[in-house]
Design a protein around this ligand. Structure first.
Ligand code: DX5
Ligand code: ZN
Length: 219
């Protein structure tokens, strides 16, 4: 049976105390850290760049999952690899030559992911499905933590899950936005492999028991 990967997003952590956030993620047993990179152009918010990833890499061996909400993702491939990112996910809407960028991410030695915003239909990814390691479905409009889950995303999860089974594709299906104790079960049942969690994780004082509760709620 496959195991759900929970990827806490440090977007909802205290940026003045990222070391504690990393420890909290490690203690809770989550294998991935989700890193929301925003440029104030593709999305109306600014966060951080490769220096943050480099600093985090010095403190942890966990899988670093970079989610680039930026207008020019191709500019950052080598820089993010050098900083220690394991996966590089860019937005379909931010780029034209998707195959070439996926090749460059693989050549740099990272897993390649594509994300789509809620208004982008999932079938637009058809030609790219065999090439991808991660498909990150946004279940809120990207830019901020703490927004409400958009239930229509579940249909996209199911579509990708069915296509994966039918064709033997390798991509992991990730969902990002509004995932918490109330929404995770439906996402799991629809077929996700990875659940990104920002505010639900960081707003909970006892994060390790919270993660245990999440796992028991889907088993
Ligand atoms: C939103 C980011 C998310 C965000 C999720 O644009 O991509 O990763 O951290 O936060 P929550 O879980 O609070 O919706
Ligand atoms: Zn994200």
């Amino acid at each position: 049976m496959k195991e759900l990967i929970i990827a806490p997003s440090i977007l909802s952590a205290d940026f003045s105390d990222i070391a504690t956030a990393i420890k909290d993620i490690e203690i809770s047993g989550c294998p991935w850290i989700h890193l929301d990179v925003m440029d104030g152009h593709f999305v109306p918010n600014l966060t951080f760049g490769s220096k943050m990833i480099d600093d985090i890499r010095k403190r942890t061996k966990l899988f670093l999952d970079a989610h680039l909400m930026v207008s020019n993702p191709e500019q950052y491939v080598q820089e993010f690899k050098d900083a220690g990112a394991n996966a590089f996910t860019f937005h379909y809407e931010a780029h034209i030559h998707h195959c070439r960028l996926i090749d460059r991410i693989h050549a740099a030695g990272m897993l390649a992911g594509i994300s789509i915003v809620p208004s982008t239909p999932v079938h637009i990814l058809d030609e790219l499905l065999p090439l991808l390691d991660i498909i990150l479905l946004m279940s809120v409009n990207p830019g901020f933590g703490g927004q409400q889950f958009i239930p229509a995303t579940l249909k996209k999860v199911k579509t990708l899950s069915d296509l994966k089974k039918q064709n033997g594709y390798r991509y992991k299906i990730a969902i990002d936005g509004g995932i918490n104790a109330d929404t995770i079960r439906a996402a799991w049942e629809a077929g996700i492999d990875v659940a990104v969690m920002g505010s639900a994780f960081f707003n909970t004082p006892d994060k390790a028991s919270f993660i245990k509760t999440i796992y028991s709620s889907i088993s």
